[in-house]
Write a protein that binds this ligand. Structure first.
Ligand code: GDP
Ligand code: FE
Ligand code: FE
Length: 188
């Protein structure tokens, strides 16, 4: 598997600036820790983590074409690369790397917005993406601590942080992000 990982990383590295690649490695390392902590397959966590942002710098017109060609949700066509890079990244994972595991594909697909009924792997990638060591923002330490203690509480706090950030910066909120937030707030 380690050879496969290096193969994928080589391709991923070419698709992004150095800083984003370092972020990718940070997400991988954090995802491995969380996978071990919460009993998830570490190879699956590594695979999802190293591919998750592969489409981040892809051309938006090209991504829209991928949405049309693969008949993804047409509402995606009204959104920018922030929202497109997850679902398009999942298509690349399948087509270019031959990943068939739906859980890994979903972890990539929903890593930005989340969704309802997320699997442990999906939560791990969402949370690891936010708290990996290179991330610096107010409150990140608390999120890191929560992630060690309880995956669901960490997920809830991370989604709350994202939604608050989007509201504070007056950005549109993608429907799945809101559904994910509602799903988490309804739990327990
Ligand atoms: P990154 O790719 O590692 O930077 O992290 P993400 O994929 O999680 O997020 C990418 C960007 O999308 C971040 O700036 C988020 O704040 C933003 N984002 C997350 N959810 C939404 C949403 O519902 N709407 C909008 N407009 N942006 C979002
Ligand atoms: Fe991303
Ligand atoms: Fe990321």
């Amino acid at each position: 598997f380690m050879e496969r990982e290096q193969e994928i990383l080589q391709v991923v590295k070419e698709k992004m600036p150095e800083k984003r690649y370092i972020h990718t490695l940070g997400v991988r390392d954090t995802a491995v820790l969380l996978a071990k902590r919460y009993g998830v397959d570490t190879d699956a966590a590594i695979t999802a983590a190293i591919i998750h942002d592969i489409a981040k710098y892809a051309d938006v017109q090209w991504m829209r074409q991928v949405v049309r060609d693969h008949e993804l949700n047409p509402t995606l066509l009204q959104w920018g690369s922030e929202i497109l890079h997850g679902p398009v990244g999942a298509v690349i994972a399948k087509e270019q790397f031959g990943i068939e595991d739906e859980d890994i594909l979903n972890a990539i697909r929903y890593h930005t917005t989340g969704r309802v009924n997320m699997s442990k792997l999906e939560k791990i990638i969402y949370v690891a993406d936010m708290i990996e060591p290179n991330r610096q923002f107010e409150g990140v330490e608390r999120l890191r601590k929560l992630a060690e203690e309880n995956l669901d509480k960490a997920m809830k706090a991370c989604v709350k942080h994202t939604i608050s950030f989007l509201v504070a910066t007056e950005q549109c909120i993608y429907p799945l992000s809101i559904e994910c937030y509602n799903d988490l707030m309804r739990e327990e």
